[in-house]
Design a protein around this ligand. Structure first.
Ligand SMILES: NC(=O)c1ccc[n+]([C@@H]2O[C@H](COP(=O)([O-])OP(=O)(O)OC[C@H]3O[C@@H](n4cnc5c(N)ncnc54)[C@H](O)[C@@H]3O)[C@@H](O)[C@H]2O)c1
Length: 365
């Protein structure tokens, strides 16, 4: 079996809870060469916990003999890190959001094509066994599609990573933090062609591009399976200081509607992420657990009726972990030429919609 030499950039929550232990567990597919993070606390913890070489800068890691990188660094660094890794001829797995703007993603697509390498985006839900199964039980047509609903409440990671081995320090040098902040401002300004106000900035970068993006991508996959083309944004609201983001999309010229809401509820240790798809004669529902609760299955139910008799069919296709399966998918795309499941092209489509929701919100204030 070909073992890929891989480096991880960014050793925060997602890398400590998922990518580093998962790459090590997949030791027949990957050799974890090293991890880069500017936080000395994170580096010491990674070295002590997993016995992995650590590097202060991404460049120092990229100088090692690598085949691929996994990028779990803050969002505004994704663009430059992906481009730098491709320039060195490496395959890239990058967390979502790939970038804020379709223009940056177009650059990445050009760099990927020039390098002839794989770029995969971290939309792990596409590897969730229940999500995959849902695509197979959808009707082959959208003729009776009426409504798609996305509802998310999330306190962020704290209740769901207590079981994991983690350590975070507040020791990233100030100048690096400020630089990342300036990059974020500039990238978002470029995405909209103008600076955004405080609330729109928080909602676009947080509720939309960091959170609801998962559901936008997952629903795009469902709509693709139904043969529904991209719809028209008819509503978008940012609220709760940017902790809440809502959007409405008209589908099939008004035959159906897609409504989505994400809200961070910071002090309640509860998580709900539900995607419901309503047809005249069936309701399909996916209820995802917090992603950090590895192997906890996503609840897939299909409701149908025979006259007065309602059937609720709960389908549990397996306990595979989406965060692990996405790494297997990355390996297979590189080594055996399997199609890349989450392409930058998909990220560009998702980002275009999120920009559309934000613009709609801006029109209403
Ligand atoms: N797929 C998912 O469900 C999921 C979940 C959480 C986070 N994410 C994504 O993963 C990425 C990281 O998120 P997180 O929650 O782990 O964040 P985090 O803040 O916990 O970790 C970020 C890490 O990057 C490091 N860092 C800071 N500046 C850096 C720099 N200049 N160069 C390299 N590293 C730097 C920090 O020290 C920190 O260790 C984000 O893009 C986020 O959107 C995805």
């Amino acid at each position: 079996m070909t073992k890929l030499r891989v480096g991880v950039i960014g050793a925060g929550t997602i890398s400590q809870v998922e990518h580093i232990p998962n790459l090590i567990a997949l030791g027949d597919l990957f050799q974890l060469v090293g991890v880069a993070d500017p936080s000395a606390t994170a580096r010491t913890f990674v070295a002590d916990t997993w016995n992995v070489a650590t590097f202060e800068t991404p460049d120092a890691l990229l100088e090692q003999k690598l085949d691929a990188v996994v990028i779990g660094a803050p969002d505004p660094l994704h663009y430059e890190l992906v481009v730098a890794a491709l320039a060195r001829g490496l395959h890239v797995f990058c967390e979502k959001p790939l970038c804020y703007s379709p223009a940056e993603i177009a650059d990445i697509i050009a760099a990927r094509n020039k390098a002839g390498r794989v770029v995969q985006v971290g939309y792990m839900k596409r590897f969730d066994p229940s999500y995959r199964h849902a695509l197979t039980v959808l009707p082959g047509t959208a003729k009776t599609l009426r409504y798609v609903s996305v509802e998310v409440n999330d306190p962020d990671a704290w209740p769901f990573i207590a079981h994991a081995r983690t350590k975070f320090g507040n020791d990233v040098p100030d100048e690096l933090k400020q630089l990342a902040g300036r990059k974020k401002q500039a990238q978002i300004e470029a995405a909209f062609g103008k600076p955004l106000g405080k609330l729109a900035f928080a909602g676009f970068s947080g509720a939309y591009s960091s959170a609801l993006i998962h559901d936008v991508n997952a629903v795009h996959g469902i709509l693709d399976a139904l043969g529904v083309p991209d719809g028209e944004v008819v509503g978008g609201q940012i609220f709760a200081g940017g902790a809440g983001g809502q959007g409405t999309v008209r589908l099939l010229g008004g035959q159906a509607l897609w409504s989505m809401t994400h809200l961070t509820v910071p002090d309640v240790a509860d998580y709900k992420e539900r995607i419901s798809v309503y047809f005249d004669d069936a309701i399909l529902e996916l209820e995802f657990p917090s992603p950090y609760l590895n192997h906890h299955p996503t609840r897939l139910t299909v409701k149908t009726s025979d006259g007065h008799t309602l059937s609720v069919n709960e389908i549990r296709p397996g306990y595979q972990e989406a965060f692990v399966e996405e790494l297997r998918g990355f390996w297979a795309a590189i080594v055996t030429g399997e199609p890349v499941v989450n392409l930058p092209e998909h990220a560009a489509r998702d980002q275009k919609l999120l920009i559309g929701l934000t613009n709609r919100y801006l029109e209403t204030i």
